[in-house]
Design a protein around this ligand. Structure first.
Ligand SMILES: [Zn+2]
Length: 79
């Protein structure tokens, strides 16, 4: 459900109006709400790599591999 909320956010180009910092703050907040309700962060951020937010550490990263920043990708995929 939250994934769809974020998709709507992107579709309506609200991220472009808000700017990067406010967008990241908003997305982190949505993820936090999801976590509090036992949501899966990977699912919430699925297909939303344009936010540049790693779904494991929730740090901003210009490069994401399958939703993960380089350090988390290296740890998860082992290379
Ligand atoms: Zn990470």
């Amino acid at each position: 459900m939250l994934n769809e909320v974020l998709e709507a956010f992107v579709e309506l180009e609200i991220d472009e109006t808000l700017g990067k910092d406010a967008t990241l703050a908003f997305v982190r907040r949505v993820v936090k709400i999801g976590e509090e309700h036992d949501g899966n962060v990977g699912e919430i951020l699925e297909g939303l790599e344009r936010f540049g937010l790693c779904y494991l550490c929730l740090k901003a990263s210009d490069v994401l591999r399958q939703g993960l920043c380089p350090p988390c990708a290296a740890e998860t995929f082992g290379h």
